[in-house]
Design a protein around this ligand. Structure first.
Ligand code: NAD
Length: 497
């Protein structure tokens, strides 16, 4: 039976059979928070509590870092042959596949993501990332420097030690895997602090990693809030690198935490306000309209690289806008457990408040031509036209299904508008001119440009930003650089007998 032939009841019954893990995962076992405190994990579709989760704080982070350090120094993972690490990570990939329904459901229940997307995109995406790094790690060679006779200088990449990973709620399993894949493959130990809105899939993943053979202490998970557990990890004197995905505002704090503690390495993947430039010479306006909607309404707009600014050349502005509006109106929010649903609720009532506030701000500064109504945590896809470049909805990250449409006349103006942002994560560009594509793409101040598509990414290509979007790079072999340090070993030997 295909996923779409299944019905809501099948998924609802599966959900009822779940017993989510909700403790702190240290040394290969679950336990309560030292304080005994818990916080509620709430399903935004129903606003019901799924489970009470252990609320870790600085004391639990300290335990987790101690466990990670002990595992690292023992060499039980850090000094195993790359081929052994590969075998265990590939067993984890297989277990992710075997538990795909469960992992998809945990993300769907925890943050409202349509279960179809969790099952067909997030879960296979996480498996693909672990598989990529597992397969890569025994194929990477170190260097021998070109020294003279009697000298041999080895330049090797070594694991850093203990990695702290603080991740957001929009792709709970996937974004954790973007950190864990390269960090573990390189031989590090990791402490993950999932977002308080969505800790369940990562907790289960850690348990599956143990089942796959990952030694105890190599992967620990401390759920808890940002200012408590997140800051404790950022400030910890025995964490060697802190890798973060989340808002720019919190990303800046991690730089301060590093400066106030041990100068740990920091890798930041932060927010965005990505532009989607559609030139009048675009080949297929319908494809551009489909993609423009996908780029802002997928995951209810809760995507760091969401193309939240649609910049359209004036000759085709009205024609494209009409198509976008028709598609936006057809996108009806629904039950995430219905396999046909493509738009679920926002992650929480607080976040729905924030997005609704932006829609109200937008009503005062532009013209709302579709959607914008709110019901519980659900918000209809909203499209604004005649948005000035100075408008708040054109400048600030809404992180919801809200599209700001701006018109431009010339290529130069399009580039200027696209770059007129504090952020620089991604951009899309639609044109039938190869010349234009090559001319414009290098001038966009972002980490990824998608040409005649949107949000192009894969385990093989680096993902990250510039400016207010941070400077880290997840995915691809380059991500391994974040979790390793170069070590030179210079050996002098007698060159003559
Ligand atoms: P957030 O910054 O509020 O939270 C992210 C993580 O940081 C969470 O685990 C949170 O608990 C923790 N945190 C919060 N306050 C903290 C503090 N004072 N000290 C330490 N840790 C703290 O972001 P969010 O709301 O979870 O996610 C949305 C944001 O993430 C958006 O800005 C989005 O653009 C960004 N994001 C970026 C990428 C990327 O790859 N560039 C990917 C996904 C999301």
């Amino acid at each position: 039976m295909t996923l779409l032939e299944e019905d809501t009841r099948t998924w609802t019954e599966r959900a009822a059979g779940l017993t989510p893990r909700a403790g702190i995962y240290i040394d290969g076992a679950f336990r309560d928070a030292r304080s005994g405190q818990t916080f509620a994990s709430v399903n935004p579709a129903t606003e019901q509590v799924i489970v009470d989760v252990a609320a870790g704080d600085a004391a639990d982070v300290d335990d987790a870092v101690r466990s990670a350090r002990a595992a690292f120094e023992s060499g039980v993972w850090s000094r195993t042959a790359p081929g052994e690490r590969k075998a265990i990570m590939l067993r984890l990939v297989a277990l992710i596949g075997e538990h795909a329904h469960e992992l998809a459901l945990l993300d769907s229940l925890d943050m409202g993501k349509p279960v179809t997307e969790a099952y067909t995109i997030d879960v296979p995406g996480a498996a693909a990332v672990f598989s990529f790094y597992a397969e890569a790690i025994d194929k990477l060679y170190d260097e021998v420097a070109p020294t003279g006779p009697g000298d041999l200088a080895l330049v090797r990449r070594e694991p850093l030690g203990v990695i702290g990973a603080v991740v957001p709620w929009n792709f709970p399993l996937d974004l954790a895997s973007w950190k864990l894949g390269p960090a573990l493959a390189a031989g590090n130990s990791v402490v993950v602090k999932p977002a308080e809105q969505s800790p369940l899939s990562v907790l289960r993943l850690a348990e599956l990693a143990t089942e796959a053979g990952l030694p105890d202490g190599v992967l620990n998970v401390v759920p808890g809030d940002g200012p408590g557990a997140g800051a404790a990890l950022g400030l910890h004197m025995d964490v060697d690198c802190l890798t973060f995905t989340g808002s720019t505002e919190v990303g800046k704090l991690f730089l301060q935490y590093a400066g106030r503690s041990n100068l740990k390495r920091v890798a930041l993947e932060c927010g965005g306000k990505s532009p989607n430039l559609v030139f009048a010479d675009v080949d297929d306006l319908d494809a551009a309209a489909d993609a423009a909607c996908q780029a802002i309404f997928f995951n209810a707009g809760q995507v760091c690289s969401a193309n939240s600014r649609l910049l359209v050349q004036r000759e085709i502005h009205d024609e494209l806008l009409e198509r976008v509006v028709t598609r936006a109106r057809a996108l009806v929010p629904g039950d995430p457990l219905d396999p046909a649903t493509r738009l679920g609720p926002l992650v929480s009532a607080e976040h729905a408040d924030r997005v609704s506030d932006y829609i109200n701000i937008g009503r005062g500064e532009a013209t709302l031509v579709a959607g914008g109504e709110r019901r519980g945590c659900y918000v209809e896809p909203a499209v604004f036209r005649d948005v000035a470049p100075s408008a708040r909805i054109a400048r600030e990250e809404v992180f919801g299904p809200v599209l700001a449409v701006l018109a431009f006349d010339t290529e130069a103006e399009a580039i200027m508008l696209a770059n007129d942002s504090d952020y620089g994560l991604a951009a899309s560009l639609w044109t039938s001119s190869l010349d234009r594509a090559h001319r414009v793409a290098p001038r966009l101040k972002v980490g990824t440009v998608s040409v005649n598509t949107v949000d192009a990414l894969s385990p093989q290509t680096p993902f990250g930003g510039v400016r207010g979007s941070g400077f880290g790079r997840d995915l691809s072999l380059h991500a391994l650089e974040q979790y390793t340090a170069l070590k030179t070993t210079w050996i002098r030997f007698r060159d003559t007998p």
